[in-house]
Design a protein around this ligand. Structure first.
Ligand SMILES: *Cc1c(COP(=O)(O)O)cnc(C)c1O
Length: 421
């Protein structure tokens, strides 16, 4: 049996209707922006392998650091024990975040980082004898696939089978200068019962790269602060340079109480999640009463290999060359978006930093199941480019090591495909 047949026999793939899906493409190796399949074809990874790969595949520096760590200490229980990579990573990360972020809690992925954040907020109220059980979130939000994370995500085909079991959330629109006052009224009416407000800052990724303004979010955050509603800023996607600045937080003057990270955290090398919090939240769990402890932890909490990958990736992220690359991608995207805007089949072109998105005009109601997405996906694969449209929304989220030639190649192919289909 070949790899595809063996895969079919045993593997169940994510977000995949296994009955109708094409065979998965076996990838043998990766290097920089390229992935290589078992037949010798190469593909440009224009989506950073589900938005995680920052510096390209099989980066030699990250590989070297992880390999050294693997020969030193691969794992240790993080209750009662600690280690240099976790301490160093927390120190390095906190230095880059808004100064109110003071403590780091480790977990395994973006969804768990969100679960931890929600539990921190709900128990923060509980530990003070307050009952606050509702969460404020945006319509179209995506915060992950575990139950808590799914609960605070917009209701959609993805959450439908579990609808009755998700907890109570007050959903509001993302802010605009026009709707801000009405959003404030909704929040004010529920302020007593809201444990926290969770949001993807500036870009709602999984909903189709929907973007909104930092100044409107700042207004909303200011209002939540006044109402004493805790804020969870989910930077799982926007973190580590995606928005053109290190974090979406760098576009905001208001500061959240809690922040969530994953995806680019390890440069896409290893799974890891981080939830950071203020001292104020941390202190609400300090007590002689054991019941006030944050009873949460995963087997692989602060895994030394993942911490080391994150340390190496952040070093690469902060160096001059990467920062220049990010600025260059941003400028190239910006120029290309002017061309796209003029295209008769394209609408709603939008960009935040290295994230460029646009929609294909079509008669069908916009939806996740939009067939155009699949047609385009296959057309780009044939041309050696991995794109993964969300319905009729197309987007580019490239690794930062992509060259200007490689970007131009992608842009050219996009225009050709648009003209042909
Ligand atoms: C992807 C994503 C998550 C979930 O992360 P996983 O690692 O896939 O569990 C949470 N929040 C946002 C904003 C995301 O984009």
């Amino acid at each position: 049996m070949n790899l595809q047949e063996r895969d079919r026999a045993v593997n169940w793939h994510p977000y995949t209707q296994m009955k109708t899906a094409d065979d998965a493409i076996p990838i043998i190796s990766g290097k920089g922006v390229y992935l290589f399949d078992d037949e010798g074809n190469k593909y440009i990874d224009a989506v950073s392998s589900w938005w995680v790969t920052l510096h390209g595949h099989a980066h030699p520096y990250i590989a070297q650091r992880v390999s050294e760590q693997l020969n030193t200490l691969e794992q240790v229980i993080f209750a009662g024990f600690t280690h240099e990579p976790a301490i160093q990573l927390s120190e390095n990360l906190l230095k880059l975040l808004p100064e109110n972020q003071q403590k780091v809690f480790y977990s395994d992925n973006g969804s768990t980082a969100v679960e931890v954040a929600l539990k921190m907020c709900i128990q923060h109220a509980y530990n003070q004898g307050k009952e606050k059980t509702k969460i404020l979130a945006f319509k179209n939000a995506y915060h992950g696939d575990t139950f808590g994370a799914m609960s605070v995500s917009g209701r959609s085909v993805w959450t439908k089978p579990f609808g009755e079991m998700l907890f109570e959330v007050i959903f509001i629109d993302t802010p605009t200068s026009k709707n801000l006052e009405s959003l404030k009224t909704i929040i004010k009416n529920h302020a007593d019962e809201i444990a926290c407000f969770i949001y993807e800052p500036l870009v709602q990724g999984a909903a189709g790269m929907l973007m909104y303004d930092a100044k409107d979010l700042d207004e909303l955050m200011k209002f939540c602060r006044k109402q004493e509603i805790l804020m969870i800023q989910d930077e799982v996607f926007t973190g580590f340079g995606r928005t053109g600045k290190l974090f979406a937080a760098n576009y905001l003057s208001e500061k959240p109480d809690i922040m969530c990270f994953s995806k680019g955290l390890t440069g896409g090398t290893m799974p890891m999640g981080i939830t950071t919090s203020t001292n104020q939240i941390f202190e609400a769990f300090l007590s002689d009463d054991k019941y006030k402890t944050l009873f949460h932890g995963h087997s692989f909490t602060a895994n030394p290999l993942a911490c080391t990958a994150a340390l190496a990736s952040m070093e690469l992220l902060l160096n001059e060359e990467t920062q220049q690359n990010i600025q260059r991608i941003l400028e190239q995207h910006s120029q290309f978006s002017e061309v796209l805007q003029e295209h008769p089949k394209v609408e709603n072109v939008r960009q935040t930093g290295t994230i460029l998105a646009w929609e294909i005009k079509n008669d069908e109601q916009t939806s996740y199941f939009n067939e155009i997405g699949k047609i385009l996906y296959n057309e780009f694969l044939k041309r050696g480019i991995i794109m993964r449209p969300l319905g009729n929304v197309m987007y580019l989220v490239p690794p930062y090591c992509i060259t200007s030639e490689e970007l131009f190649f992608i842009y050219t192919q996009i225009l050709e495909v648009l003209d042909e289909f």
